[in-house]
Design a protein around this ligand. Structure first.
Ligand code: ADE
Length: 247
């Protein structure tokens, strides 16, 4: 994934991009993030990026000029780019969006909004307005990091173990199954026997059923979209008949 980030707080990205999976992905050339400070594209002595809203009201609005100038600058190299504006008004980002972005070869530009909003004319530059959820955070920076993280871990080679991303809950369209590691008993809490059995078919079945059970309890809405198999439906009816049963 190659991306350019337009922000007035480039420092926010340093810690997260320099740890763990994202750090390794960058070192391997699987992820490239170029940070641009929107203030560097202002033309006034105060380097101002915001102004009062026309029509009155509280708060400040991101000015269009610095963002347009930044995008003009990025486009000078002629490389195709997908321009994404992070905002709570955008289309919701989810695992399918992450998968689609991971398949893209063009560069991404993430425009991180701040303040009360962004001058509406900026949207003429934008291919897509994206939200990471139905809540308002202080700016688009965390949202850009969330997207970069979710996409990077889907890029082949970014995770140490190839199976890790494929096995995960959302790649099934379900919530994750429970995980256990040693010790076998901890403060009287046991690891389920089936996981110690070495029977891979049984383990797979148990995990699938547990994932269905968790999803039914916490996110029944996901079941409708999950593309359930006949086996899943059978497991779900077992769960409904015996919600506390384990196997
Ligand atoms: N900026 C503020 N809130 C946001 C959200 N929920 N998603 C994306 N960008 C945002």
């Amino acid at each position: 994934m190659k991306c350019d980030v337009l922000t007035i707080f480039p420092g926010i990205f340093d810690a997260y991009l320099n740890e763990s999976i994202l750090k390794r992905a960058r070192e391997k050339g699987l992820l490239e993030v170029r940070l641009y400070n929107i203030r560097d594209f202002t033309s006034d002595p105060h380097r101002s990026v915001d102004d009062h809203p026309y029509g009155g009201g509280a708060g400040m609005v991101f000015k269009p000029e610095p963002i347009f100038r930044a995008v003009d600058f990025l486009r000078e190299d002629g490389e195709p780019r997908r321009i994404i504006l992070l905002s709570p008004q955008g289309r919701p980002f989810n695992q399918s969006t992450a998968e689609a972005y991971a398949r893209q070869t063009q560069r991404f530009v993430f425009i991180c909004g701040r303040y009360e909003g962004i001058d509406e004319r900026v949207k003429t530059l934008v291919d897509e307005e994206v939200s990471i959820g139905d809540y308002v955070i202080t700016g688009g920076e965390l949202a850009a990091l969330v997207i970069i993280d979710a996409v990077t871990r889907l890029i082949p080679g970014a995770l140490g173990d190839k199976r890790s991303a494929e096995d995960e809950s959302f790649s099934w369209g379900l919530l994750d199954y429970p995980h256990y590691t040693r010790p076998r008993e901890f403060r009287g809490l046991q690891v389920p026997e089936v996981l110690l059995s070495g029977n891979h078919k049984e383990i797979w079945l148990w995990r699938r059923k547990q994932a269905l059970k968790k999803t039914l309890r916490a996110r029944p809405d996901l079941l409708e979209k999950a593309g359930l198999t006949d086996l899943d439906r059978k497991l779900l009816s077992e769960i409904r008949e015996s919600p506390d049963g384990d196997a």
